[in-house]
Design a protein around this ligand. Structure first.
Ligand code: ADP
Ligand code: MG
Length: 749
């Protein structure tokens, strides 16, 4: 960074002006220049005052209707009362002073007909909305001459992310003080000249002028586009470098065994109770091929819920085992890790009993390693991993621990990736002597450009079809207040249970007196992901009937005559791990065919006999989450029925979410809708939120074309100059971005 940009604001602006800016986290000239306007006021268009909320800190664009100064009889002193309007509604501005003289300057400025921006907290006095001692700036008034005033009056007005102590025009004034004297030499431009020329973009300095001091809407839009492209480009260059670096790393080639050579994979395939789908075969070949190369595979496997990703991963793991290596499977929750270990052992049968009496001669072992394991079981699992007896090691975050060693780690599979960050992936990879191959699986369908941004260092494969023979899922919204519907719901559950099938009943909280967050402070707190699941940020606190709780609903079902003789199980994050296992096992086996649970069953749980799911307070969950939940049923040959019990008022976003779910089972369609309804941070996921520091303007969904463009340019630059020796400004921008990410990662850890 140039000395100019690195200069502390206290030096440039003086301590008094810099103090309040520091509260917004703006310390240097560069920080301030990157504090981009949130939106622009159009001098020709006034704010609709009908929408102002009491108690809100607002900035409104309005026209002065009148202003009068008068003495205050009761308290002494003087009062200036001005009225501003948006053309239809009025808002009062009130200023108090000891002497009328002190109010003159305001009266002078607040002349009828002038318009400006007014900021303050909305209050009410005798039925009229008002701002008391508002801060304000009038359009064109502070200019030196008439001509300048005309120009100023027609410019879009940048409106900055501000606070009560620093109104937006203070920020604007500060920005102009630092921006006006800058020259091209002061501003480093990470975009290489050739890229800028090819895409016809302004310089960074021009872009900064355009966004901070625009002549017209078209002007700031052009500037913004260039800054967005820069963000996308810097990120894509970092990702391209990462790809190039791993591509040049060495890995052990894990060649598949010849047919008839006694491989575990061959035996497994022969015993598979179904035929692979076309997609599973295609992706399987792709992976087999990459595992056989001496370069680390870096692959993301996307697939709709229920598309059969586990088999694909398992076959990849077996190829590695056949080649003498080990595979690690990383799952986001204990429930899921335990289930994976169970499924793998079941699917493998005698093949998972290597070295045991009755086990297959070519068999291996599946070890399970989670945080809650007893000391003895843990030691056993660690030994099997380190000694190589376990060809497959399944676990949660516990796998990342320093004590976990592998004899020869050849493949890392990460299930349901959105819960893991890049850093965690790296921690696992570091456990191989040479870089292990990597397969990341996600069930959340991700639009292409999001994948490019979040998983930009991975190649992508997609399973689009579901195994045939699935009878499909029907979903209905059940109004919570309708007793007939509720009655019918349990009747349906009973029918399915009697037919040998199972039902999930999902509730947003555990105890009736818990906060919806699941009680972060209660003993035996839920697993972190469970807390995150339950927090629907915008609506975590709202009115309406209390949310249904697992324990309460379970009691209710146990005493309802309709479910007489049916064992009702309970599953949630606060149960000791052993009890979770028992609950899942009894549900899977059908001993307890009704399972009341929190969203712990959201990800990956696979019980093919489950056909019904009742989701209480469905309006409180997010779209992807409901889609994931619903993916737990209809996994066998019987049709699924999902009943979304909702309290949402028609026409609200919550109602829209639930209806969208009932309307389609297409994950990509729902994901797109979800993106439209959610904020960027949610899209990128908590684990990726570090990115937000570098992505200020870029919107991964809306800026799809721009990201694709940036990626093409980035790939070309890195191909020609992998270490960016000829592009020092770019290298510097990337280093700065990585620093910021690292910092945030450390803060989160
Ligand atoms: P997901 O992609 O959601 O992780 P799973 O791997 O859990 O899906 O698979 C869902 C269910 O489908 C499992 O019970 C699995 O055994 C079954 N399955 C996988 N592939 C096939 C197939 N080709 N034909 C029939 N059933 C399959
Ligand atoms: Mg899965």
């Amino acid at each position: 960074m140039t000395a100019r940009l690195a200069e502390p604001l206290a030096t440039t602006l003086g301590k008094r002006a810099a103090g309040p800016l520091a509260k917004l986290g703006l310390e240097t000239v560069d920080d301030l220049l990157r504090h981009y306007p949130r939106r622009y006021g159009d001098p020709g268009r006034l704010t609709d005052m009908d929408r102002l909320q009491l108690g809100e800190h607002v900035t409104v664009m309005a026209r002065v209707a009148r202003a009068t100064v008068r003495p205050m009889r009761s308290r002494g002193g003087a009062l200036l009362q001005a009225t501003v309007t948006d053309g239809r509604h009025e808002l009062s501005l009130t200023f108090f002073a000891k002497r009328a003289g002190a109010l003159r300057p305001h009266e002078d400025k607040l002349r009828p007909g002038r318009s400006g921006l007014f900021t303050g907290v909305v209050s009410e006095y005798r039925g009229t909305r008002q701002l008391t001692h508002p801060d304000y700036v009038l359009v064109g008034v502070d200019a030196d001459d008439d001509e300048e005033a005309m120009v100023e009056a027609s410019r879009p007005i940048p409106i900055y992310p501000a606070s009560a102590s620093v109104p937006t025009w203070r920020i604007q004034r500060a920005v102009r003080t630092v921006l006006d004297p800058l020259t091209e030499d002061d501003v480093v431009d990470p975009l290489p000249v050739e890229v800028r020329a090819r895409l016809g973009l302004p310089t960074r300095l021009d872009a900064l002028r355009a966004v901070h001091v625009p002549d017209s809407a078209e002007h700031w839009q052009r500037g913004r586009r260039r800054l967005r492209l820069e963000e996308a480009f810097v990120l894509q260059v970092a990702l391209a470098q990462r790809r190039a670096r791993t591509a040049s790393e060495e890995a052990t080639a894990r060649l598949p065994r010849q047919a008839g050579a006694g491989g575990v994979l061959e035996d497994f395939d022969a015993a598979l109770p179904f035929t692979l789908t076309e997609g599973q075969r295609r992706v399987g070949e792709q992976i087999a091929d990459e595992l056989a190369r001496p370069r680390p595979m870096q692959r993301l496997l996307q697939g709709e819920v229920g598309s059969g990703k586990t088999v694909v991963a398992l076959r990849a793991m077996l190829q590695v085992v056949d080649a003498g290596g080990q595979a690690a499977l990383l799952a986001p929750t204990e429930v899921l890790a335990a289930q994976h270990a169970r499924t793998l052992r079941t699917m493998l049968g005698p093949l998972a009993e290597g070295g045991l009496l009755g086990g297959a001669a070519n068999g291996t072992r599946v070890a399970l390693l989670t945080g809650s394991l007893g000391a003895a079981a843990r030691k056993e699992a660690l030994l099997q991993a380190a000694g190589g007896e376990a060809g497959i090691v399944v676990g949660t975050h516990a796998l990342l621990g320093d004590q976990v060693q592998f004899a020869d780690l050849g493949l890392v599979v990460v299930d349901e990736q959105h819960r893991f960050g890049v850093e965690q992936r790296d921690a696992l990879r570091a456990k191989g002597r040479v870089a292990p191959h990597l397969l990341v699986m996600t069930a959340t369908p991700i639009p292409r450009t999001v994948a490019m941004t979040v998983f930009g260092d991975l190649e992508t494969s997609t399973l689009t079809e579901l195994p045939s023979g699935r009878a499909g899922i029907t979903s209905h919204v059940v109004p919570a207040a309708n007793p007939r519907w509720n009655e019918r719901m349990w009747e349906k559950v009973r029918e399915e249970v009697d037919a040998g099938r199972r039902a999930y009943v999902v509730c947003p909280r555990i105890h009736p007196d818990d906060a919806p967050a699941g009680g972060a402070s209660t003993p035996g707190a839920p697993e972190p992901d469970e807390i995150a699941d339950l927090l629907e940020p915008a609506e975590a606190v709202s009115d309406g009937p209390p949310l249904r709780a697992v324990l309460e609903v379970a009691d209710m079902l146990r005493s309802t005559p309709r479910l007489d003789g049916v064992e009702v199980g309970v599953l949630h994050g606060q149960l000791p791990p052993a009890e979770k296992d028992v609950a899942m096992a009894r549900f899977a086996s059908g001993e307890a065919p009704v399972l009341v649970s929190t969203t712990v069953v959201e990800v990956g749980v696979d019980v093919p006999e489950a056909t019904v799911m009742v989701v209480f307070d469905a309006d409180r969950f997010g779209i992807s989450q409901l889609h994931q939940l619903r993916g737990r049923i209809g996994r066998g040959g019987d049709p699924g029925l999902c009943l979304l019990v909702s309290n949402a008022q028609p026409g609200t976003p919550a109602a829209a979410r639930v209806e969208a779910l009932a309307g389609t089972t297409d994950g990509f369609e729902l994901a797109t809708l979800d993106l439209e309804l959610r904020s960027e941070g949610d899209v990128l996921g908590a684990a990726q939120s570090g990115r937000s520091s570098s992505l200020r303007l870029l919107r991964v969904v809306k800026d799809a074309d721009l990201i694709a463009e940036a990626r093409t340019e980035a790939t070309a630059i890195v191909a020609g100059d992998p270490e960016l020796a000829a592009h020092p400004e770019l290298a510097e921008a990337i280093a700065a971005q990585l620093d910021a990410e690292q910092e945030e990662f450390l803060e989160r850890a």
